[in-house]
Design a protein. Structure first.
Length: 263
């Protein structure tokens, strides 16, 4: 399927590893120029070089901590200076610490707010004027299946990612007349470093090995396995495409059937 993304410019947050890197690679395969960002300069530089060599598309990387408003502003500004515009914004960050409610001090809640909600709001605010002027844009938020069915030991993520969903749904209706879509993509248990870390945390709480935690998750998933990052990235690329121009305000899970609800 021709997605119509060749020549578009995409900014992908948290793109040096995991789901962010998979999304960046999928968009590069479709011909997008890329603005990448990550906190670690070394891993960002390596990802930049590897994607540029493998896919032959222009890539530009900006080291940034997306929980800091000034870093978000710098990424968008420098990416726009490099390519002239941002057509596709993929809001993606790492997850906040795991643990039950009483294990998190007020400071942890503030940090989770800055990481998950404020970062998405700030990046969206920065790219939106240009998208409205060109009357085309795609804003995609990487959230979690936790917004449909809370995940054990993830009270911070369960709470703040739900807030992103409310923000996105409201914004989608406001910007639809400008040809801009806003959607959320909900990863389930996917083979990433984040899920490995979560299995260690849950295993410590339960007093079992991380391997047993992952095995239990796989038993709960109708497809019987963890997802692969590229399977998630394929949906993001479609929602970023010309073909998805009439899809907005939605939240789509990529979870192998884990969520039990009808909607």
């Amino acid at each position: 399927m021709e997605l119509g993304l060749k020549g578009r410019v995409a900014l992908v947050g948290g793109s040096s590893r995991g789901l962010g890197r998979a999304v960046a690679e999928e968009l590069a395969a479709e011909g997008c120029s890329l603005v990448l960002c990550a906190r670690t300069h070394e891993s960002l530089a390596q990802t930049w070089a590897e994607i540029e060599e493998r896919f032959g598309v222009p890539v530009f990387g900006v080291p940034a901590d997306l929980s800091k408003p000034e870093d978000v502003e710098a990424v968008v500004r420098m990416g726009t200076e490099r390519f002239g515009r941002i057509d596709v914004l993929v809001n993606n960050t790492g997850g906040p610490p795991s643990g039950p409610f009483e294990s998190h001090a007020p400071e942890a809640w503030s940090a989770a707010y800055r990481l998950l909600l404020e970062s998405a709001v700030n990046a969206t605010r920065a790219v939106l004027p240009g998208m409205k002027e060109r009357r085309w844009g795609r804003i995609l938020n990487v959230t979690s299946i936790a917004v449909r069915q809370p995940v054990e030991n993830l009270v911070l993520s369960n709470s703040l990612r739900a807030a992103v969903t409310g923000f996105a749904k409201t914004l989608a209706n406001e910007v639809a007349p400008y040809g801009i879509t806003v959607n959320n993509v909900l990863p389930g248990y996917t083979r990433t470093e984040r899920v490995e870390e979560l299995s260690v945390s849950v295993g410590r709480t339960r007093g079992v090995a991380p391997e047993e935690v992952q095995a239990q998750w796989e038993r709960e998933i109708p497809m019987g396995r963890l997802g692969e990052p590229r399977e998630f990235a394929a949906l993001v690329a479609f929602l970023a495409s010309e073909r998805a121009g009439y899809i907005t305000g939605t939240s789509v899970q990529v979870d192998g059937g884990w969520v039990k609800g009808l909607l």
